[in-house]
Design a protein around this ligand. Structure first.
Ligand SMILES: Nc1ncnc2c1ncn2[C@@H]1O[C@H](COP(=O)(O)OP(=O)(O)O)[C@@H](O)[C@H]1O
Ligand SMILES: [Mg+2]
Length: 276
């Protein structure tokens, strides 16, 4: 069952300058889906349209949780979605990290007594528990992203849209937060739509949508989409590391299956080694 349906959407910020051209895709309920594409391909525009910003599309329709997005349904639709924008600075409202996470909960009318445990739980999950009394604007980019993610997750929406939401974290921090997001996806069946140009993150998702210059050029399971080397390279994206290594080993006639998954590659290499 799809929780997001985008049907033939065409959109431009200015007349005669279409940023999205006849874009159609579906996101399965409970899936971890990634949208992958180069800068300027229209990824953030898709994210904004999904929450009804801007409110007029030129053509097509967007259906979320079975509700067609319109001026009338906007509030109902937004209740289902949490979004973490590309630049966390635009998202802070509270004067401390605690207030900021509390703000979303207040909007959901969470009783006051329930708030502090929820705030502590989510700040803890993103490793920001020591910063609850800090001013969000004075944090580093990566810390801001952690707080923004905690604030959205604490609200427990059905769908979380992450627009390059871990881009300012170092590789270790990114891995840690991505694992948390995967955990939420598995354990709480939250649908994740992650916008990224991190091919390794896309390799670990259930479905990948490839966007180029406002058009979808490919979509499907990551092992299908990401192993299309010609396509990936033509979009100036990196082929997954595991795929590069596994295909090179195959070219050397070693009994290795091509894979995009680092773990599979490591397992295959260990097996190979034990046979030698
Ligand atoms: N508010 C805006 N007004 C006019 N043009 C915009 C606006 N936001 C984005 N664009 C243009 O739309 C195109 C797609 O941008 P965007 O959706 O931000 O791409 P991405 O997130 O993939 O980098 C770009 O050419 C960008 O310059
Ligand atoms: Mg963007």
């Amino acid at each position: 069952m799809s929780i997001i349906e985008v049907n033939h959407v065409t959109f431009g910020y200015e007349e005669n300058k279409k940023v999205l051209k006849d874009v159609s895709f579906k996101v399965e309920k409970g899936s971890y889906t990634t949208i992958l594409g180069h800068n300027g391909s229209g990824k953030s525009t898709i994210a904004k349209l999904l929450i009804g910003l801007p409110d007029v599309i030129d053509e097509g329709e967007i259906i979320i949780g079975g509700i067609k997005l319109s001026e009338k349904t906007l509030n109902d639709v937004r209740l289902q979605i949490g979004i973490v924008f590309q630049n966390p600075d635009n998202q802070f409202i509270g004067s401390t990290v605690r207030d900021d996470i509390a703000f979303g909960l207040e909007n959901l009318c969470v009783p006051h007594d329930d708030m502090e445990p929820l705030i502590r739980e989510w700040a803890g999950k993103v490793n920001m528990l020591d910063f609850l009394d800090h001013e969000p604007t004075k944090l580093s980019g990566g810390q801001k992203q952690r707080v923004a993610i905690a604030g959205i997750m604490a609200m427990g929406p059905d769908i979380i849209i992450l627009d390059e939401a871990t881009s300012m974290l170092d590789p270790r921090g990114r891995k840690e937060i991505n694992e948390l997001i995967h955990q939420l996806n598995r354990e709480r069946q939250m649908t994740i739509l992650s916008i990224t140009h991190d091919i390794e993150e896309a390799a670990l998702s259930d479905a990948v949508i490839l966007l180029n210059k406002g058009q979808i050029v490919s979509s499907g399971k990551p092992e299908e989409v990401l192993s299309d080397v010609k396509m990936i390279e033509s979009l100036k994206l990196d082929v997954p590391f595991a795929y590069k290594v596994s295909t090179q080993l195959r070219a050397m006639h070693l009994p290795v299956d091509a894979t995009i998954n680092n773990e599979d590659l490591v397992n295959t290499l260990c097996q190979l080694r034990s046979k030698m």
